[in-house]
Design a protein around this ligand. Structure first.
Ligand SMILES: Cc1ncc(C[n+]2csc(CCOP(=O)(O)OP(=O)(O)O)c2C)c(N)n1
Length: 325
């Protein structure tokens, strides 16, 4: 597991819980900042996806590289991104990864092995597949992890990446976050096979379906796939099944998602589920769990204050980093 800034926790499962709680805390405050007019553009959350993001990212090694998307704040948090800088990025402040030039989770941080997404739809998947090819050519024992959604799975570039990865036996793990909706398009209008993971067999590698609300199950499946890739066993496709618990973005009330479906998946809330496990089977004392929640609340408050105090970018720097006009 990659060490994470602000980590106070030594118990592995409690640390997974802390990462999920921090992810949700930052996203809830991001929604509030949007409503206060402090966060321009739009705001996307990964509510319901915390276990999927944190479970995979926490199985990666420090030298591995991730190309997460807009629902995967938990990947950034797990790779040690500083919470206040994540908020600065959304708020267009100078402290963000792109120093006000872009927003959302398009935060590149090569020191933490994080490649910025260029679009929600997986324009970044060919890049992360190319990174896996580079690892293979250089004989590096590193693994690339690339994300796409159920909607994006219908695109040609996903097919090309999986085929190339298969024939070159690349050290890559493909994660399809199947949250059952692509904007307002339900899964049954996106694909007609039983499971997206079934497609892996047609490319010549393994695929499996995992309950994306169970952080321990996700972590176990991701660890096995990552270590297999590292050992030369080639790619794996993991389909992590969740439900998108918010609208596509903050402007969308998701009125097209059946209420009973949402109510059923609310029972599988990944954070509540992990907390029940910690208090029960995990045998973690209530005080220890409560202390983590208090610490996360403090870190989120501090992140909001620091981001709000971060200056706007200096207009004189607007062409910095622009190589052709
Ligand atoms: C090339 C391109 N086409 C369309 C869009 C608009 N768009 C952004 S996200 C999205 C839906 C993506 O659905 P999915 O892959 O299932 O991911 P989810 O948002 O559900 O996590 C669409 C149509 C885009 N960003 N890029």
């Amino acid at each position: 597991m990659v060490p994470c800034d602000n980590a106070l926790v030594t118990t592995f499962e409690l640390e997974l819980y802390r990462r999920m709680l921090l992810t949700r805390g930052l996203e809830e405050r991001g929604s509030a900042l949007f409503k206060q007019g402090k966060l321009p553009g739009s705001f996307y959350t990964g509510r319901g996806n915390e276990a999927a993001s944190v479970g995979v990212a926490s199985a990666m090694g420090p030298e591995d590289v991730a190309a997460p998307l807009h629902r995967n704040m938990g990947v950034h948090v797990s790779r040690g991104a500083e919470p206040w800088r994540l908020l600065c990025q959304y708020m267009g402040r100078d402290g963000g990864a792109t120093r006000g030039r872009d927003s959302n989770l398009r935060s590149q941080d090569l020191d933490r092995g994080l490649i910025a997404g260029v679009s929600h739809l997986p324009g970044i998947l060919p890049t992360i597949t190319g990174i896996a090819l580079a690892f293979r050519i250089r004989s590096e024992a590193r693994v690339a992890v690339g994300w796409f959604g159920d909607g994006s799975s219908a695109r040609g570039d996903v097919h090309e990446c999986m085929n190339l990865a298969a024939v070159r036996r690349l050290p890559i793990v493909f994660i399809v976050d199947n949250n059952q909706f692509a904007y307002s398009t339900p899964a049954d209008l996106n694909y007609a096979c039983a499971h997206l993971a079934d497609r892996a067999a047609s490319y010549g590698f393994e695929g499996s379906v995992v309950d994306g609300t169970d952080v321990l199950a996700v972590h176990a499946a991701a660890s096995a796939a990552i270590e297999k890739a590292r050992a030369g066993g080639g790619p794996t496709l993991l389909e992590l099944v969740t439900l998108r618990m918010d609208g596509h973005a903050i402007h969308d009330d998701a009125s097209y998602v059946p209420r009973d479906l949402l109510a059923a998946w609310e029972q599988s809330d990944p954070i509540a589920r992990c907390e029940r496990w910690l208090r029960g089977e995990g045998g973690i004392a209530d005080e220890e769990i409560d202390a983590v929640a208090q610490e996360v609340a403090r870190v989120v408050d501090e992140a909001v204050a620091l981001a709000d105090a971060s200056p706007w970018p200096d207009p004189a720097t607007v062409t910095d980093g622009v190589y052709a006009v």
